[in-house]
Design a protein around this ligand. Structure first.
Ligand code: ASP
Length: 323
């Protein structure tokens, strides 16, 4: 029996509609159903059978941690089904990389999970949703995609959940992996992989989905930032903190005075977009650990899932090296 591919709709531009076919920015995301999106894809039946779920129909910038937890539970229950061979999730692109990395850490499976979306609404001239969904299904169906963790497929490229980021506000080629390059390409309906993730994910992750997630805000640094900005963030009583530092994760001294002994784990990350933040001798005796090559928004997710349990600084340092 041929296994199903499960397609889970969450909304975004791929489900969006504008007032006219030339409306590329003023449209409403999350309007058409996942069933309608599947029906709009030429040649898709060749890759069936499918089962589909309408998890939500929303703009991804509005996603809550509660929805992440519910989505992860749904994805886990779907991949646990013997009649399902893999999952494609349609998602708004604004937070797509975050949902993908969260699932990469908490869903246990070696079945392919692909997250996709589009930059142009379904109603637009040259809409990219149908081709992105078709290529995501082709990747999910292919045996070479097994065991590679959560993948992101848009505009003909395959990215790993850990590395991918949205890099352009509106262009269809917005997704890339600036530290490592694309993991592969989809061509002629076939995925071509050129690398595999080396960090722990999915089946080999020690994390699982729990009923709540710790509160971990991101504090963005900039020239001239005032101590009161750091104090205001700490006043939200975080369980952990990520600092979007300058350059090599540098924390301005006004922020250092309120965060280096915050009493909760504090990850130094960088706003530069590429490179590694490595530990410094000045981190000794402080609450600071480093993000490695994770972006601030991904470092936040790793810290959140890690802090579902009590952790020492040493535990967290190990986790940031392994994931
Ligand atoms: N604002 C949309 C969203 O993230 C953008 C998109 O899907 O491209 O839901």
């Amino acid at each position: 029996m041929k296994q199903n591919i499960a397609i889970i709709g969450t909304g975004g531009t791929i489900a969006g509609k504008g007032a006219s076919d030339t409306d590329l920015t003023g449209y409403t995301p999350g309007v058409i159903t996942v069933e309608e999106i599947i029906e709009s894809v030429p040649g898709v039946s060749e890759y069936g059978p499918f089962v589909h779920y309408q998890f939500a129909n929303m703009e991804s910038s509005d996603i809550t941690m509660y929805q992440w937890i519910e989505l992860a539970k749904l994805v886990q229950s779907v991949v646990d089904r013997e009649d399902v061979g893999g999952v494609v999730i349609t998602h708004g692109t604004d937070t797509l990389e975050e949902t993908a990395y969260f699932l990469n850490l908490v869903v246990h499976t070696d079945k392919p999970i692909v997250v996709t979306g589009s930059m142009r609404p379904a109603s637009a001239i040259s809409a990219d949703g149908p081709i992105n969904l078709l290529q995501s299904i082709q990747v999910t169906r292919h045996p070479s995609s097994v065991g590679k963790g959560v993948l992101v497929v848009l505009n003909g490229t395959i990215e790993s959940a850990r590395e991918v980021t949205k890099m352009n506000t509106t262009n269809v080629s917005t997704f890339g992996s600036p530290n490592t390059g694309h993991m592969g390409f989809v061509q002629d309906g076939v995925p071509h992989f050129y690398s595999s993730p080396v960090r722990r994910h999915t089946l080999h992750s020690e994390f699982a989905v729990a009923d709540t997630l710790p509160h971990v805000p991101i504090l963005a640094c900039y020239a001239g930032i005032e101590e009161s900005v750091g104090a205001a963030v700490l006043n939200t009583h975080p369980d952990g903190l990520v600092i979007m530092g300058l350059g090599h994760g540098t924390v301005p001294k006004q922020i250092r005075v309120v965060t280096e002994k915050a009493g909760v784990p504090v990850v130094r990350a960088s706003r530069t977009g590429t490179g590694i933040v490595s530990a410094l001798s000045t981190d000794k005796g402080t609450d600071y650990i480093v993000s490695d090559s994770l972006s601030p928004q991904k470092a936040r997710i790793l810290l959140m899932v890690a802090l579902q349990k009590e952790r020492t600084k040493g535990d967290l340092e190990r986790i940031f090296k392994e994931y």
